[in-house]
Design a protein around this ligand. Structure first.
Ligand code: 5GP
Ligand code: ZN
Length: 116
């Protein structure tokens, strides 16, 4: 989609520090990390958010791909054994700032029990 930062990163038009990618998904480091490990897991297909994923014919496949990519990224980044947190912000109240669905993988620190 035009003017979507994550579509542009997925298409190689904007640089990013990429952890890995395949046909369906790209994983790259967040530009403003909130933890020692903070990457974004982004499907290459433009889907705006979790509510749109539910309405998309590719939704089930993409949801699976996001979790697969999270596990692969956790292994590559060395947080698979100690654990990590996956976050999806949806919409205004959810704090979503980029309208292309993504998951944050955050780790490398003991996050403990907070709001969630
Ligand atoms: P959201 O608030 O939508 O859940 O998360 C968007 C995330 O994208 C934020 O953590 C923000 O730091 C990150 N971000 C925004 N623009 C860029 C960019 O151009 N490159 C990278 N690597 N991350 C970005
Ligand atoms: Zn997009």
């Amino acid at each position: 989609m035009a003017d979507c930062i994550f579509c542009k990163i997925a298409q190689g038009e904007i640089p990013a520090n990429i952890v890995f990618e395949n046909e369906q998904v790209i994983v790259f480091h967040d530009i403003k990390p909130a933890a020692p490990v903070h990457v974004l897991i982004v499907p290459k297909k433009h889907i705006s958010d979790a509510m749109a994923l539910d309405q998309d014919a590719d939704g089930p496949a993409i949801a699976w791909v996001l979790f697969q990519a999270a596990a692969e990224a956790a292994r590559l980044l060395g947080v698979d054994k100690k654990g990590f947190r996956l976050i999806n912000n949806c919409g205004k109240d959810g704090g979503q700032t980029i309208d292309h669905i993504h998951m944050h993988l955050i780790g490398g620190i003991t996050l403990g029990e907070g709001l969630i």
